[in-house]
Design a protein around this ligand. Structure first.
Ligand code: IPE
Ligand code: IPE
Ligand code: MG
Ligand code: MG
Ligand code: MG
Length: 322
């Protein structure tokens, strides 16, 4: 079994060797920039990991792993426009470094390149893989739009939030595992449990992302701390605060949410987050979804030594700082 580090190095080498194109450079430079910025490479690594659970030959999952990472990077390029984010992986976001039209078009092409790469998979049923991939991509777009719709609402429920993050984030983590497992020769049942394992881990992953956005260290996350608060994102932290705040604090929170000075808004709302211990609440929620994920993990019918690395990866993600 390959380790995370080995798989990370393998996929990083393939990403570096992939040529996306050169001319017109306004279109290709941002793609090369984004793909070379790094990141955790979590999704392609787990695609390879899932393939490796069923097969020693993991090279055959490389085109799909690349496709999933390209798709993920495409969503980030457009997400940064939608979220007004200045920083990504410690560097300027594409729409800031170049401009909005360039970020839109280079993002679009990354999506096209993603399906192109997926189609290079040697399989007897490429239509099946493409269909799964497109189903997931559709859900991510749905989740992203719901996330935007929530910015102007203050009555988002806990369940609505979980549904939104399942769509925008968790299904891709599930899909990365499912696709890798199928390429490795897994049956539908095992691949299905891996999808559910990835999806529930993905929910916990996004809760951790929300925690890091408010409480993380920008030097480690590579993103601007407090961005979610500034953008009125309905994260679990804010939903919990809206539910728990007493009358006077609720009024203060409403005032802070209308504050136009971002720094004042972020500092004020963070104080309320501390007062109502919403981070602790979110940590408990993460644990709940991790346990749900394990139920599916336990049902995957392969030897324990072939799957322990996946559980270890999920555990490490729960306390990630970047
Ligand atoms: C960021 O994903 C977007 C979310 C779904 C939270 P990652 O945290 O995996 O970002 P990179 O790829 O490591 O930069
Ligand atoms: C993004 O969620 C999910 C997708 C890009 C599909 P976020 O907006 O929370 O991701 P970050 O924090 O910008 O990475
Ligand atoms: Mg977003
Ligand atoms: Mg964002
Ligand atoms: Mg975030």
């Amino acid at each position: 079994m390959r380790t995370y580090k080995e798989l990370f190095e393998l996929i990083s080498k393939h990403i570096a060797e992939t040529s996306y194109g050169a001319e017109p450079r306004e279109l290709y430079e941002p793609i090369n920039y984004m793909m070379s910025l790094g990141g955790k490479r979590l999704r392609p690594v787990t695609t390879l990991m899932a393939c490796n659970m069923f097969d020693e030959e993991i090279e055959k999952a490389i085109p799909a792993a690349l496709a999933i990472e390209m798709f993920h990077n495409f969503t980030l390029v457009h997400d940064d426009i939608m979220d007004n984010a200045p920083l990504r992986r410690g560097k300027e976001t594409i729409y800031k470094k170049w401009n909005m039209p360039i970020a839109i078009l280079s993002g679009d092409l990354m999506m096209i390149k993603a399906t192109e790469s997926l189609c290079k998979t040697e399989t007897s049923d490429i239509i099946k893989l493409l269909k799964k991939f497109n189903d997931i991509a559709t859900k991510v777009c749905e989740g992203q739009q719901i996330d935007m719709n929530f910015e102007s609402r203050n009555d988002v429920s806990h369940n609505e939030y979980i549904n939104m993050i399942s769509l925008k984030t968790a299904v891709l983590l599930g899909g990365a595992l499912q696709i890798g497992a199928l390429i490795g020769g897994a049956n539908e049942e095992d691949a299905g449990h891996l999808y559910e394992f990835g999806k529930n881990t993905g929910i916990a992953f996004q809760v951790q992302d929300d925690i890091l956005d408010s409480f993380g260290d920008a030097g480690k996350t590579g993103k601007k701390t407090g961005g979610d608060i500034a953008a009125d994102k309905k994260t679990l932290l804010l939903i919990e605060l809206l539910a728990a705040a007493h009358k006077d604090d609720k009024k203060l929170l409403q005032e802070l949410m209308n504050e136009i000075d971002d720094d004042k808004k972020i500092t004020g709302i963070l104080q309320l987050y501390h007062k109502y211990k919403v981070k602790e609440f979110a940590e408990a929620e993460k644990e709940k979804y991790l346990q749900l994920a394990y139920r599916h993990f336990n049902k995957v019918n392969v030897n324990a030594d072939r799957k322990s690395i996946l559980k270890q990866t999920a555990e490490e993600l729960m306390s990630r700082t970047s």
